[in-house]
Design a protein around this ligand. Structure first.
Ligand SMILES: CC(=O)[C@@H](O)[C@H](O)COP(=O)(O)O
Ligand SMILES: NCC(=O)COP(=O)(O)O
Length: 237
């Protein structure tokens, strides 16, 4: 089974548009869990344009399933994660002003740095995952950082799949096979959707978890969160 972790950044985006508390992020997180999602993901960014750091703290007592916090391990972020102690931290090498995540780690170049931050999180009982492009060298590099898992960055797959290029799955499959051989757990995310998730799941062995936000919230505008989450769960079972 592959677990579904729902990224709720976009709920906070809508809330922040008016400065009030509608929609109520905590209530939505509770409902998403009630609808069967096995995880809640947030990706607070330094400008707090969607998830605010305070949200990350407030969610701690609300999230009863896996709590996954994503971000670049800069000082404020690291301090917050160490205080909250979520189930998992996913390290993403975002630039401060990135519109959204747009690259994985260079796990060879940043091996020493990643090793250091990963060991600090793990010492505190937090599972680690690092965001990587589907590149065998980066998977090999990841295995030398001590991380528990990798998150395959799926934007390129999603883009190519939408254009009809199903062969774009190949590097992802190869990376999943290698990651599993090297003892790494496999997560994936970015631009996954109801359209592409089934094909992705069928072609990625040992896929433990997907985190999905943007498309899932857009799909829910038409069909509602409960129905959309049920559709993902069916495709991931
Ligand atoms: C790592 C990843 O792919 C997602 O967390 C994505 O970056 C969502 O972030 P935004 O909602 O800010 O686009
Ligand atoms: N880690 C990926 C994530 O949390 C959601 O990405 P997206 O579905 O919003 O592109």
């Amino acid at each position: 089974m592959t677990r579904l972790s729902v990224n709720i950044n976009k709920i906070a985006t809508i809330r922040n548009a008016r400065g009030g508390n509608m929609p109520n992020l905590l209530k939505v997180a509770e409902d998403i869990q009630k609808f069967g999602a096995q995880g809640i993901t947030i990706h607070p960014r330094p400008d707090e344009r969607h998830i605010k750091y305070q949200d990350a703290y407030d969610l701690k007592s609300i999230v009863k399933v896996e709590y996954n916090i994503e971000g670049n391990p800069m000082d404020n972020f690291t301090k917050m994660v160490l205080e909250i102690k979520p189930t998992q931290v996913t390290l993403v090498p975002d630039a401060i002003d990135a519109i959204t995540s747009n690259a994985g780690w260079d796990t060879v170049k940043h091996k020493a740095y990643l090793k250091e931050v990963i060991s600090e999180f793990k010492r505190n009982g937090i599972r680690t995952s690092i965001f990587v492009n589907p590149d065998l060298k980066m998977i090999e590099g990841a295995s030398k950082t001590g991380t528990d898992r990798i998150e395959l960055y799926t934007e390129e797959f999603a883009e190519q799949y939408s254009l009809g290029n199903k062969a774009a799955i190949k590097p992802y499959t190869q990376c999943a096979i290698l990651a599993n051989e090297l003892g790494l757990g496999i997560n994936a995310g970015h631009d996954l959707s109801l359209e592409n998730i089934e094909y992705f799941k069928q072609n990625i062995p040992h896929l433990l978890e997907v985190s999905i936000g943007h498309a899932l919230i857009c799909e829910s505008l038409y069909d509602g969160l409960e129905k959309v989450i049920a559709s993902y769960l069916k495709k991931l079972s």
